[in-house]
Design a protein around this ligand. Structure first.
Ligand code: UN1
Length: 497
């Protein structure tokens, strides 16, 4: 059955004004999953107008009441988890277990955001003058433009949409064109939970059309984007022209450092899950193994043997470990990185070839690939691949391993496997990344902790946990002078004058 999507504007389902559409195909067998309207600046404009109108009432609803609607949407998602996971798996190739995890991350975020409605803390501080009171309150900003990637069709949008809403903003969301079907089910859960019409509007379409219109729109006050670094830079410069607040969550080239004293079997489990879970299509995916000293002699044979056992195939089959890549174009791009790596001296000790036979030839599959002998400074050492390709580098000691870890343009996730607490803390302190795991893989961030990265991974904001409420609201400072007279700050009531 083909899913027929529509834009969601003001709580109404609408087609495109010009009747244009685009198709969503399963990456596992290229079958047609859905058809969506291909939004243009006209639809974006209408959605922004609607969102602005809805802002007047939504922003004045008490935050705890807004939170209750989010809470209810989390409960609805719980009851629809399997149904949504099946659609997500079909449209973007995530294994069912992982698709359920994606939705669970949104449920966790719903419950956190819902209770944030009862916090949204301001601060008080003593005034420097007598009979005067100082405090801050948080206010919503306006219409939030949200643009998200296909690899987490619900979890990542939830990190943005729930905090934006509980802070009192209204939203125009453009889900990724590769995987908008499960996202539409997420939006529906919010409306079924009682969200007033127009508070969340969904425009389907392509990044360069609907996405670009949202970024440029003068009545969009803030933008939150997850996706590639190049697009992120474009959004920062275009959105900056209208002084939007912009939060960017971009690429990664996440390292795992394994020291000689590490529990090797634990490291193997963590590296496999981090590198090949979600077929490596996470911004947190492990893409570099930095083996310290002689640890590779014990680590690599085990890692290679286990990687060879991973089953590639239909993401709906529970025996499968690695599903397809999102598109033919992306699969070919991943393979071209591998070819480039070979030309630079890397040796593919597992994988490294596009499957050409049987059911795998029908979709965009790529096997778990370990590239050994990757040289510092080479393409596979530095560039984000966003696929199941792990580059192995060697370091003589921890200092050199940290130097290698830090010599990429990104800094999202990282991990260090060691039994030595001193080494672990040196890693925590010195690895340039927004997240460091100790004895755990680079993927698997929890919804209630800040998530984000340094350097080319973003522009300093964090999602998850308590962090996004800062981004989606603005501080107002309030002074209340109850002295009954004029009191001049910095001038009156000084001891030395
Ligand atoms: C992403 O790839 O954009 O930590 C987000 C993780 C997930 C989120 C990944 N919880 O891997």
């Amino acid at each position: 059955m083909t899913i027929k999507l529509q834009h969601l504007i003001g709580g109404e389902s609408l087609d495109n004004g010009d009747g244009r559409t685009f198709e969503i195909h399963s990456p596992a067998d290229d079958s047609l999953v859905g058809i969506a309207p291909r939004g243009t600046s006209a639809e974006v404009d209408r959605a922004v107008k609607t969102a602005r109108e809805a802002f007047a009432t939504w922003s004045r609803m008490p935050a705890p009441a807004r939170g209750e609607i989010l809470m209810r949407s989390g409960r609805i998602l719980e009851t629809r988890k399997d149904e949504i996971a099946a659609v997500m798996g079909r449209e973007m190739g995530k294994r069912l277990e992982e698709a359920r995890g994606d939705i669970q991350e949104a449920i966790d975020t719903a419950y956190y955001a819902a209770t944030e409605g009862r916090r949204l803390f301001g601060r008080t501080a003593p005034s420097e003058l007598p009979n005067k009171f100082g405090m801050t309150i948080r206010r919503p900003i306006g219409v939030a433009g949200i643009i998200t990637a296909w690899n987490f069709p619900i979890a990542v949008p939830s990190w943005k949409i729930y905090p934006a809403l509980v802070c009192g903003n209204t939203v125009v969301w453009k889900p990724a064109e590769e995987a908008p079907c499960s996202g539409a089910m997420f939006a529906q859960a919010l409306y079924d939970a009682g969200l007033p019409k127009g508070v969340l509007n969904v425009i389907h379409g392509l990044g360069e059309e609907a996405g670009a219109s949202l970024v440029a729109h003068p009545n969009v006050s803030c933008l939150s984007f997850t996706g590639g670094t190049e697009v992120g830079k474009l959004i920062a410069s275009e959105g900056g022209k209208t002084l939007k607040h912009i939060s960017l969550e971009l690429g990664g080239k996440n390292p795992v450092i394994v020291l000689e004293d590490a529990d090797i079997d634990l490291a193997v489990d963590g590296i496999l899950w981090g590198a090949f879970g979600t077929a490596g299509q996470r911004c947190t995916a492990t893409s570099r193994l930095i083996a310290v000293g002689n640890v590779h002699e014990r680590l690599l044979p085990k890692l290679i043997a286990r990687a060879k056992e991973l089953v590639l195939g239909d993401p709906a089959d529970p025996k499968v470990n690695v599903g397809p890549l999102i598109s033919k174009e992306h699969r070919d791009r991943v393979h071209s990185f591998v070819e480039k790596g070979r030309s630079e001296g890397a040796v593919m000790v597992t994988g490294g070839a596009i499957p050409t036979e049987g059911p795998l030839a029908k979709g965009w599959f790529y096997p778990a690939t370990i590239a050994d002998n990757v040289k510092r400074g080479s393409t596979l050492a530095l560039r984000e691949v966003f696929g199941p390709v792990l580059s192995v580098l060697r370091a003589k000691d921890l200092d050199e391993a940290i130097e290698i870890a830090n010599e990429v343009e990104y800094g999202l996730s990282s991990s260090i496997y060691t039994a030595n607490v001193n080494a672990a803390f040196r890693g925590i302190e010195r690895i340039d990344a927004g997240i460091t795991y100790v004895n755990a893989p680079t993927i698997g961030a929890e919804a209630h902790f800040p998530f984000g990265g340094v350097k080319g991974t973003g522009n300093g904001h964090r999602e998850g946990g308590w962090a996004p409420y800062e981004f989606f609201s603005e501080v107002k400072t309030v002074y209340i002078d109850y002295s009954g007279g004029l009191q001049r700050a910095q001038i009156d009531n000084r001891l030395d004058d």
